[in-house]
Design a protein around this ligand. Structure first.
Ligand code: HMH
Length: 228
């Protein structure tokens, strides 16, 4: 009997269509510098403190996704459980950031958000609006998590020269469990995209691209590259 290959999902199509910007976000010079051990520690600390600000804003976004999932999916889909486990991980992540900050001598209480972090947080806040469709918000959620997963996993892949003291940072997002989590949310997004209207699919694609752009800006900021 012939084995019918699974139909490629929409996300697969987008990843092929937008390879350049996707690679720009997941193989950014900041990440490559972590991987080859040349990263500037002041840049790393800047990333750490700005990402703490991002993660705090990511919590209400993930919470809004619980609401959208609850309203839009069947219990049997299990979406809410998946999102909820993400929220639980964020709870640990906030603690983790505090521990890392004290390890690196960063005082999180005095960190001023930089413009790219503010812009990205504003984007997240806009996505919490009830007007933003569940499909669009879920696509954003997947894209945001997947960029970190792919970026930091790369710092632990064969041939890495990541400094030992940065390996645990890379492990936070580069571990296999988080890889499986990203696959689970990608499957949810693909399932939603399959039954979404053309208009919704277009909006989700634009949102995916915007996430990639914000991620690139965030890495640029971490490196200390001015925007204009
Ligand atoms: C900027 N993107 C940014 N920060 C993060 N912590 C993630 C994605 C993954 O949660």
């Amino acid at each position: 009997m012939d084995v019918v290959p699974p139909k490629p999902g929409m996300i697969d199509t987008w990843l092929k269509k937008h390879t350049l910007i996707h690679t720009g976000a997941t193989r950014h010079p900041f990440i490559l510098a972590i991987r080859d051990g040349t990263v500037d520690i002041s840049a790393f600390k800047r990333w750490l403190s700005q990402d703490y600000i991002f993660v705090r804003a990511f919590v209400p976004f993930a919470a809004s996704l619980v609401v959208k999932g609850w309203k839009n999916s069947d219990d049997s889909d299990g979406d809410v459980e998946v999102i909820l486990s993400g929220l639980a991980a964020l709870n640990d992540e906030i603690d983790w950031f505090k521990k890392q900050a004290s390890k690196w001598g960063v005082d999180l209480s005095v960190v001023a958000p930089q413009q790219p972090a503010l812009d990205y947080c504003r984007f997240l806040e806009n996505l919490t609006s009830p007007e933003v469709e569940y499909t669009v918000a879920m696509t954003a959620y997947w894209a945001i998590e997947a960029v970190y997963q792919e970026s930091f996993a790369h710092c632990l892949e064969e041939g890495f020269k990541t400094r030992p003291e940065l390996q645990e940072v890379c492990h936070r997002w580069g571990n296999d469990g988080f890889g499986s989590y990203c696959s689970a949310i990608r499957s949810i997004a693909d399932r939603l995209l399959l039954k979404a209207s053309d208009d919704e699919v277009r909006k989700a694609e634009v949102t995916f691209l915007r996430v990639l752009e914000y991620e690139v800006e965030f890495w640029n900021m971490s490196r200390g590259i001015p925007r204009y």
